[in-house]
Design a binder for this molecule. Sequence first.
Ligand SMILES: [Zn+2]
Length: 240
Amino acid sequence: MAKQLGPGKCVHCGEYVEKRTWDHVFPKGWYPEDSPPDIEKWKIPSCKKCNAEYGSLEEDLGIRIAFCIGPDAPNAKGIYRKALRSMDASKGRNMKDRIRRAKKRDRYIGLIMKGDAIPQDGIYPGFEDKWNRPREDQTALRIYVHELERIVNKIIKGIVFIEDNRFLDASTEIEHLVVSDETAKPLEELLNKYGSRHEREPGIEVIRAVAPEDGVSALYKISIWRQWVLYASVSQRTTQ
Ligand SMILES: [Zn+2]
């Protein structure tokens, strides 16, 4: 598949542009190492600007989440190691790259919160301490809601484009739902009953239930590495 694409609309921003590139719905680096070598990674046409913006967002978010799930998380083979390597100066290709990696490492070390500094009511569902560490030894990294919202937007627009050959524009509202296990139950029931499953195992699964009435309103469950679960809804905005 050629990297450059002809003119057309960008799936993310909806702008018509002369040149588009293929953007991965889930970044290449998020596919675990034991994904089948011939796995067809989902790709969508994107303008250069959106592709680049998502590239840096995904790099940052990928590292934060990799550290939250740890080195032994199942369905995420190699993800943690890759995050570490990306900030290992000794793995740099040249001096410039070694400096970049060292700076990156310093930056993330500076962002680590410890013990009482971790806001206990702000822990993303599923990312509670997994290692039974006493409170003072627990560490955390902040994950920004707007980043999660942007990634949810991207994944949903990508799946809708791939599955329905349709662009979601500003007339649709995509809402990221932060739910605990308990509040996820009614959503799980709906998804089990009406959902269709789209997967790139072992790392990626999307289940969605689309309302037959309009073909747009929908409920989504995005599961990455079986560790990081995002729920979202899509609805038509009412114009009044
Ligand atoms: Zn764009």
